[in-house]
Design a protein around this ligand. Sequence first.
Ligand code: DON
Length: 304
Amino acid sequence: MIDFQSILTSINKAASKEKDRGEIADYIPELAKIDVENFGIHLIDIKQNNFSAGNSDMHFSIQSISKVFSLSMALGLIGEKIWKRVDVEPSGDPFNHLSLLELENGIPRNPLINPGAIVVADILVSQLENPKKDFLAFIRNIANDNTIDFDLDVARSEQETGFRNFAAANLLKSYGNLNNDVDVVLDFYFHQCSLSMSCAQLTNTFYMFINHGKCKRENTFLTIPQVKRINAIMLTCGFYDEAGEFAFEVGLPGKSGVGGGIVALLPNKFCVATWSPGLNPKGNSKLGMLALEKLTTETQLSIF
Ligand code: DON
């Protein structure tokens, strides 16, 4: 039996001593207020045993991690048709780059880079009666947790400064790959990114990706083939131009956000979330990546 708790405790201890913690994302001004000293980690195993260390219950802005939830909801609603509007190839580019979008005629490389997530947001805006409310209800339902909410200050902050996302949405619109108004789609997208959750809540919500599409209460949200697809996209595209490095160091599908969160998972075994707001130059949490490398090396558990 692996002693997850003692491994997490030692990861937290090592993180607390780390001097070089990376840079906080400040292009969303509200995120710049967070203390770089925070570190949390939470792991849930397939039997729903929980292990944690550090600030694992503290809420933070999950940002791009939310792209996995919006993709899951959109895939559940419109099925395979989604792939006509967004591809499934790694971009090798930073999350906010637009050059490939123009080169490839408005079809984003994958749903986890910003232009791809904006197309997914457009699909949800078209499909849902009350997009923000229905999306939040979906998350609360998967997590079995009605306390999860948007952080309206973060959403507003990004709305005021998200010029590149406005550029991406306008470019998509010019190629006919955005059906709704740019402002409406981005309002949804900025709210989805502003979701505020703890490491513990994230592992509850991602549990279905280790459990064949069934959430903790055994309700089914995704089919087994859909889970396969989303886990594959996380592995190949979840860390943008650092997806190769993450697979190499950690060896798990996962997703990061500029709030400093990372979720990673091993199907049938465990799901883990880390939070440390300092980012490396590629926009992924510096200590989070080190922590997960340590976890998979010490447990000898990875998809490889
Ligand atoms: O659109 C943005 O730039 C942010 N709301 C999300 C970016 C993000 O989290 C990228 N992740 N590493």
